[in-house]
Ligand binder design. Structure first.
Ligand SMILES: [Zn+2]
Length: 364
């Protein structure tokens, strides 16, 4: 792993025309209010959604979004209601038009994703996805839930499913493609709206160096941006990290525990030379343990290199070689099954049940 964590980890706003990435979430929004703002404020015009011929301006600091009432009303019941109750007398006309402040109600991310959807601006939507598919998914869930628009929730879920494996056969291969910052960022979204990806997100996060878990990790696709875990998640990830070695020893490579326990009675099958085969595996186990093979720094699913495996099977008869191969394969499945429990999520059954309940809520 590259030592990105050595770089200075501070919140820096990218100058690129995308939402301010260091902003906080605002799930506890105050009641919606219309109020006029001073046109001399330092707000910037949003680089994508500030149309000269727009007739309504939304302010979500630090951006002004000047858009078309007709477009909003045509695509969203929320805006139909909003413009019906809006009273122009209470607002001042400014050079930006009639300004409606959504600060504390929506974030720049939510607004950018929303307008990209309303204006059917696939190009900008893709730019947002490239910066952070997780932020886009979070915004879609937020908008879908808040304004009762199930298709947004469905799209958010499919975005997350493309990144995080949810079926055991895809598990080991799928995880290797996920960056630490993606995993860190996904945990918050997963806890609220997509618990099925939580084991994978926590698991990838648990590979982070201690320093990153505590202080945050640099976003690989947007250098200068630091993604941090909440204090609760830091504890959860640290606990999981501490158990990686244990999972390797007790599940992935339970083969060796089995040999230690049963001695010459391993394996069950007909081995022509049990004493030699089981003795050899005990020796291998001790050597691996000395080398830190069962340490927390290793992936629970990282198996032997070809060279190591060739060395191991040298001391085994054909039957025991096959038995060992089968046992490790079973061990990998058991390790997968043990992942939710590493992070206090009990079992895959529980996680799937949580997901079903949330899906039912999203489709109402
Ligand atoms: Zn044998």
């Amino acid at each position: 792993m590259s030592r990105q964590s050595k770089r200075l980890c501070t919140d820096v706003t990218s100058s690129y025309a995308v939402p301010n990435l260091s902003e906080g979430e605002d799930n506890l929004s105050p009641p919606f209010s219309h109020k006029a703002v001073n046109s001399q404020s330092r707000d910037q015009r949003h680089p994508r959604f500030y149309f000269g011929d727009g007739d309504v301006t939304f302010k979500v600091s630090p951006y002004l979004f000047k858009v078309h009432t007709a477009k909003l009303i045509a695509t969203s019941e929320f805006f139909q209601d909003m413009f019906m109750v809006a009273s122009p007398d209470e607002s001042e006309q400014t050079e930006d038009g009639h300004i409606i402040t959504l600060d504390g109600m929506e974030t720049v991310w939510n607004m950018s994703v929303w307008l990209a959807k309303i204006y059917d601006d696939n190009e900008y939507f893709q730019i947002l996805l490239d910066v952070s598919a997780i932020q886009v998914a979070g915004a879609l869930y937020h908008l879908g839930n808040k304004y009762s628009h199930p298709p947004y929730c469905a799209q958010a879920k499919s975005l997350l499913f493309k990144i995080f494996p949810t079926e055991l056969p895809d598990w080991t291969e799928g995880l290797s493609r996920i960056s630490l910052s993606t995993a860190f960022e996904a945990i918050k979204v997963a806890k609220l709206d997509c618990p099925i990806i939580l084991p994978a997100a926590y698991y990838v996060a648990s590979a982070a160096p201690l320093e990153d878990i505590i202080k945050g990790t640099i976003d690989s696709s947007s250098p200068g941006r630091c993604v941090k875990l909440s204090p609760d998640d830091q504890i959860t990830v640290l606990r999981g990290k501490h158990r990686r070695g244990q999972i390797r020893r007790e599940h992935t490579f339970s083969l060796f525990q089995d040999v230690l326990r049963r001695g010459e009675y391993w394996p069950n099958g007909k081995c022509p030379n049990r004493r030699a085969c089981s003795g050899w595996l005990r020796t291998v186990y001790l050597r691996l343990d000395e080398c830190g093979f069962f340490g927390n720094d290793h992936d629970c699913f990282e198996s032997f290199t070809k060279k190591a495996w060739d060395n191991i099977v040298k001391g085994l008869c054909d039957r025991c070689c096959n038995q060992a191969k089968d046992d490790i394969w079973i061990g990998l499945q058991e390790a997968c099954n043990a992942i939710p429990d590493m992070f206090g999520l009990h079992s895959w059954l529980d996680v799937r049940q949580d997901q079903r309940e949330i899906d039912d809520f999203h489709t109402v």
